[in-house]
Design a protein around this ligand. Sequence first.
Ligand code: MG
Ligand code: MG
Length: 272
Amino acid sequence: MIHLKSHREIDRLRKCAEFVSRVLAEVAREVEPDVTTAHLNAVAERYFRKHDAEPAFKGYRMGGLDPFPAALCVSVNDVVVHGIPGQYRLREGDLVAVDCGVRLDGYFGDSAYTFAVGSISPEKARLCQVTREALYDGIAQAVHGRRIGDVSYAVQSRCEADGFGVVRDLVGHGIGRRLHEDPEVPNVGRPDTGRKLKSGVTLCIEPMINLGTYNVTTSSDGWTVRTADGSPSAHYEHMIAVRGDTPEILTTFEFIEDVMNVPHTTTYDTYG
Ligand code: MG
Ligand code: MG
């Protein structure tokens, strides 16, 4: 069942969204060669503690696996999602996708961004650019009266036009008083199919896009998802609220972009 949020609930979710957006910007300051992925997580955990906020991923349970051990998922190169931070040292040319979740006052926030470590290959740069554009194409469909399949199709068609592999096995999701709510938001789909969107629907739209095949495998730790062919992967995630014929993007990449000294890519104005 899709839970439609009141204005008051969307206000709460906007606070959660701002929090994860700020965590990712804190992480952005630290991304450089020779830094461990554990260090990125430590920086995030310090920020959570300072603001007395609960990292939603730490202790998260999935199936019979050990609980997720960190505040961030840090996924380097061929790791698609759910990478566990550790002693790996970032290298010039790596892609590092960082995913962050928070629980604040009973509501959740969730956002992800893929960073370049130093200068990266043109193929990786293109992968990141197209994945980000596909995210905004998907968001543009998240308006009253459209369907989930319209969002999915927008993401898929944008990425496949460039020959990239759109991961099928993992999906976006509703968000609210739970981290993962109805509906699922696949990154592949057909227009005018799936659940109908209404004002008050809040979603995490999160394309996971591979330079090669869309097939993925899960490592023996049970969490780490990698591309089956070893090709690099990119992941960007925004939280949005459907509000009439305008999607409101609750998260923002602007704090990250300010840290990186690049122009803002957000294409929609936010309310309030
Ligand atoms: Mg996420
Ligand atoms: Mg998510």
